[in-house]
Design a protein around this ligand. Structure first.
Ligand code: GLN
Length: 490
């Protein structure tokens, strides 16, 4: 059942917010020792919020759209008074004194916080293996990663531990874990959703978005979190359309481009390719016109991203100096007896290997003498990637590709080779480069019973159209109705 169905039941008094919350807390208690989606479970607060909603309903108040809907939040979104760690030792004890805009909007809409979810440290990774607090596990097969960086948020929805969740997507961190976990994950247009209170990774790429078990539920969440915010100067002021009513608009005649470079990509699992091509055929049956599109610069996406994102990260993470907040190396523990040494030791102790690797790459790429060769060059290639999209959207309404080249891989599969891990972002990065809205929708299963996902990319601020086609596909394909028996964690 989706958010709209639960809302109906809540309104009719067939279930109370407290019961719905307790059901989910019980599910967390039953499966999270296996899945480890949560870093913190906010039981007391969830029950108190649910009780307050039930009392307001009994008093006859009209309640906001998400009243009583239990959600989970990626632990890089600041929640006032609730620890926000970014899965890093650096922020292990950080309790934000303020609330992020997106979560504030969710609570104002009546949503209930179940807890904070695991991620790759500072959202750097594709598997949650870089979390300082241990990885999350894929609910379809606990020997597989859930994807990342928002792996906890994706796994929580897949395992039925919450109705929906929030993640962040810098190079694919919503869509790739959604694909691995067989759920819907949506990255809106850059600036459509406020980043205020999202711990910064790469500020020109970061965007917050929902995970859910249906497209309609992602529309519900986006409806609440989207829109202008004067606390984030990059947040767009364009009015927010009615996403929910857009879902039912007809899709006949929509032109859908198949990005040739994505289907020919090196390392693309043939089962993934076949499944997404079958989905394309289904879109054709729905009345869409399929168009072959070439975006030659997409193949430069990874190289470009792994200069730009670490560069921005190295600047953003400079704030963790062991002085203002976050982990501080203690003088007693080994001679950090001057400021420079204290900062260096604090950072060496607080950041894990992947974060340190990114900071080093970024610092190098931005340093005098190299900034033109690397950072500026990467920005130029970024422009070329965006132009590929511009040209494509002169011919089509939406673009289609696989979300990830493979299904969920095993723990440790890329441990020896960070570059192999970076390949997981091959198909998702271009949309971040151009700031475009893009969604993952489950489209099938491989022979191991692991979910496969397709990606639909829209033009700037075309969220409604992306959701619309995704919804029609989901309703026609009914992928989850054909899921392998007893696949999900029990
Ligand atoms: N996997 C990519 C990375 O490691 C993307 C992460 C993200 O979108 N936050 O940077």
């Amino acid at each position: 059942m989706g958010i709209a169905e639960w809302r109906g039941k809540l309104e009719r008094g067939e279930v109370s917010a407290r019961e719905l919350t307790d059901q989910h807390l019980a599910r967390i208690a039953a499966v999270d020792s296996t899945v480890h989606a949560f870093l913190e479970i906010t039981t007391e607060r969830a029950r108190a919020d649910a009780d307050r909603i039930d009392a307001a309903r009994l008093a006859g108040e009209t309640l906001p759209p998400l009243a009583g809907i239990p959600l989970a939040i990626k632990d890089n979104l600041c929640t006032k008074g609730i620890r926000t760690t970014c899965s890093s030792r650096m922020l292990e004890t950080f309790v934000p004194p303020y609330e992020s805009t997106v979560t504030e909007r969710l609570w104002n809409a009546g949503a209930v916080l179940l807890g904070k979810t695991n991620l790759d440290e500072f959202a750097m990774g594709s598997s949650t293996e870089t979390s300082a607090f241990g990885p999350s596990r894929n609910p379809w097969n606990p020997e597989r990663v859930p994807g990342g960086s928002s792996g906890g948020s994706a796994a929580a929805v897949a395992a039925g531990e919450c109705l929906a969740s929030l993640g962040s997507d810098t190079g694919g961190s919503i869509r790739q874990p959604a694909s691995f976990c067989g759920v819907v994950g949506f990255k809106p247009t850059y600036g459509r959703v406020s980043r205020w209170g999202l711990v910064a990774f790469a500020s020109s790429l970061d965007q917050v978005g929902p995970f859910s078990s249906s497209v309609a539920d992602s529309a519900e969440i986006l409806q609440v979190i989207a829109g202008a915010d004067r606390r984030d100067a990059t947040c767009l002021t364009n009015p927010v359309p009615d996403y929910r009513s857009a879902l039912e608009q007809p899709v006949k005649g929509l032109r859908v481009g198949l990005i040739r470079e994505c289907f020919d990509a090196e390392g693309l699992d043939p089962q993934v390719k076949a499944s997404v091509l079958a989905a394309a055929a289904q879109l054709e049956q729905l009345g869409c016109e399929l168009v072959d599109i070439s975006c030659p610069r997409f193949n430069d996406g990874i190289a470009t991203y792994y200069v730009i994102a670490p560069s921005e990260a190295s600047a953003n993470l400079a704030r963790y100096d062991g002085v203002k907040y976050g982990h501080r190396a203690l003088a007693e523990a080994g001679g950090a007896d001057n400021l420079a040494m204290m900062t260096a030791r604090s950072r060496a102790e607080g950041f894990g290997d992947e974060v340190q690797r990114r900071i080093l790459i970024g610092t190098y790429a931005l340093s005098a003498g190299y900034v033109d060769a690397y950072y500026r060059k990467a920005q130029q290639v970024r422009t070329l990637i965006r132009r590929d999209f511009d040209r494509a959207f002169e011919q089509v309404d939406l673009l289609l590709s696989p979300t990830s080249p493979t299904t969920a891989f095993r723990f440790g599969a890329h441990a020896e080779d960070p570059l192999a891990m970076y390949l997981a972002d091959l198909l998702t990065i271009p949309a971040n480069m151009a700031g475009l809205p893009a969604i993952n929708v489950p489209c099938g299963f491989d022979d191991q019973g692991l979910p496969i996902g397709l990606q639909l990319i829209g033009g700037v601020l075309q969220e409604a159209r992306v959701l619309q086609l995704a919804h029609h596909y989901e309703q026609a394909a009914r992928v989850m109705a054909q899921r392998p028996a007893a696949a999900l964690v029990a």
